[in-house]
Every structure is written in structure tokens, then in C-alpha cells.
Ligand binder design. Structure first.
Ligand SMILES: Nc1ncnc2c1ncn2[C@@H]1O[C@H](COP(=O)(O)OP(=O)(O)OP(=O)(O)O)[C@@H](O)[C@H]1O
Ligand SMILES: [Mg+2]
Length: 264
């Protein structure tokens, strides 16, 4: 297939995720206001924004854990809010989330943490589950750690295991909430490379929330900036870097003067 045919193909299908006019209030406090965002298949969309901007909230809306106060969230062209329980479960089985805290179950071995979704959500047999777990652990360079408990792992190892766990159901969409926050610069680079490598190998689409500029520019195929409840800029990384939007400029340069105020 030549490049032009491929592009037409991808433009014909609905976006992997689309948010249209999404508003979300928490106890009458608006967090998202008329937010629009479209994420196409195989993109690695980085969402940037200051602390408290609503980035994690945005991911929870896509997962269907939260419902918008107004507007619609679409997964592969279908409005999540109008989905039946079965359709929602079906959609959720095609998404995975890597939580900032890694969220491994502390009383279970690494192997059992990965096996759990397969036991609960599939009809795979024990031997098959074991093979899948081993395969995903080896994809993140963590083979032979299956018998360890989460507390025996370093922060970086835990992050890898959390990523491996996200892969076990072979998701089409992976959501990463601050995957490199709290890691040293070398480990951050390793995790970023892993995200790029794995999403390319598995043809997954990803949405990566971060406020680390270095990571953002390393992994993104597109970058979006969330500010005052809206996506105020969405572009290729080069376009983002050269943006004249004062909010983006201030964020990139880390200036204290400008439209972004602490706590606003
Ligand atoms: N369950 C909730 N109930 C009430 N308010 C909430 C709830 N969850 C989030 N908020 C509020 O919504 C706003 C956005 O929170 P969110 O966690 O999405 O921000 P964030 O951009 O992910 O921040 P950070 O970078 O610090 O993780 C914050 O003001 C927060 O206090
Ligand atoms: Mg957050």
C-alpha cells in the first residue's frame, strides 16, 4: 500500500478517541469547559498542562469512569455515554491505563498481578495465561521477575511491570498518566523509549499525560496543551515548540510571568 492510500484509509475511519464540547464540573466547579480533542489511530498524543489542569480527569472520562456534564466522549466513533454495559465493557477491554502510582496489588507476585486481568476477563487456560505473562514481562525487559513481590522492585521496575500489565489484554489504546514523574533522567529516557517501542510494536494508540517537557518531545507524535479546561493548542511537536500562544510559550520556557498563574 502506498503512503497516499494508507493516509486515506486512516482518514476514513473514526478517530480512536474524540472529545466534543466536553464539560466536566466537580461540585459546580468547572474543570473542563467545552474541550475538543481528537486522537487518531497509532498517534502518541501527549497532553500537557499544569498541575490541577484536569489531565487525569480527561483520562478518566475516556475510560468511562467519569461521565461528562455536557458534550460527548467517543471511542472508535461510539459515544461512551450511550453505550450499553456490554459495549462499555467491550470498549474498556480494548483500553489500558498505566497509573502514576503503578497501582500493583502488593499482596500478589508480579506474575499474578499480570495474570489477574486475563483470569477475570478471558477464558484462557492457565498455561496460556502463563505464556502471555512471560511474553509481556520480557517485552519490558523484566523476564524472570514473575516470582517477586511488588515491594521487592525499584520504582523503575515497578513502572515496567505496570506497563507490562497494561499490555496483557493487547489493548488498542493505552493511557499513561505521568509515566516518568519521579524517575531519574536516565530511567525517564528508558521508559520513554519503551513507550515508543511497545506502542509501535503492538500498533497501539497512546495518550500520555505529562508535564515533563523532555519526555513530551521525546515520545509525542502530537502534543496538546490543556489550559483553563480547554485544549488551547494541538499540533506536531515542532509546531508546538514554535507556538506563539503565550500559554504554550510560558509553559515551555518555564517562566513565572504570563497567563499561567500558580493555582489558577
Ligand atoms: N473526584 C473529584 N472530586 C472533586 N474534585 C476533583 C476530583 N478529581 C479531581 N478534582 C479536581 O479537579 C481538578 C483537576 O484534577 P486532575 O486530577 O484532573 O488534575 P491534573 O491535571 O491531573 O493534576 P496533576 O498534574 O497534579 O496530576 C483539580 O482541581 C482537582 O482538585
Ligand atoms: Mg493527574
Amino acid at each position: 500500500m502506498n503512503e497516499r492510500e494508507q493516509r486515506t484509509d486512516e482518514e476514513d475511519e473514526p478517530p480512536m478517541v474524540e472529545m466534543r464540547g466536553v464539560c466536566l464540573d466537580f461540585e459546580n466547579k468547572p474543570v473542563l469547559r467545552q474541550l475538543n480533542l481528537s486522537v487518531r489511530r497509532k498517534q502518541r498524543m501527549v497532553i500537557m498542562g499544569q498541575s490541577g489542569a484536569g489531565k487525569s480527569t480527561l483520562l478518566r472520562l475516556i475510560l468511562g469512569i467519569l461521565r461528562p456534564t455536557a458534550g460527548g466522549v467517543y471511542f472508535q466513533g461510539r459515544n461512551i455515554e450511550h453505550a450499553s454495559r456490554r459495549q462499555l465493557n467491550n470498549a474498556r477491554a480494548r483500553m489500558a491505563m498505566v497509573f502514576q502510582s503503578s497501582a500493583l496489588i502488593s499482596s500478589m507476585t508480579v506474575h499474578d498481578n499480570l495474570a489477574l486481568p486475563l483470569q477475570e476477563l478471558t477464558h484462557k487456560r492457565r498455561a496460556q495465561i502463563h505464556r502471555t505473562v512471560e511474553e509481556k514481562l520480557s517485552m519490558v525487559g523484566m523476564e524472570e521477575t514473575g516470582a517477586l513481590m511488588p515491594e521487592e522492585l525499584s520504582g523503575g521496575m515497578r513502572k515496567r511491570v505496570a506497563i507490562a500489565r497494561a499490555l496483557v489484554m493487547e489493548p488498542e489504546l493505552i493511557l499513561f498518566d505521568e509515566p516518568t514523574t519521579g524517575l531519574d533522567p536516565v530511567l525517564s529516557a528508558v521508559i520513554d523509549e519503551l513507550i515508543i517501542d511497545l506502542t509501535e510494536k503492538t500498533h497501539a494508540t497512546s495518550i500520555i499525560v505529562t508535564h515533563e517537557l523532555k519526555s513530551a518531545f521525546r515520545v509525542a507524535t502530537r502534543i496538546a496543551m490543556l489550559f483553563q479546561g480547554r485544549i488551547i493548542e494541538e499540533s506536531l511537536p515542532e509546531g508546538f515548540r514554535g507556538s506563539h500562544n503565550p500559554v504554550v510559550e510560558q509553559f515551555i520556557e518555564g517562566r513565572t510571568e504570563g497567563p499561567i498563574h500558580n493555582g489558577s
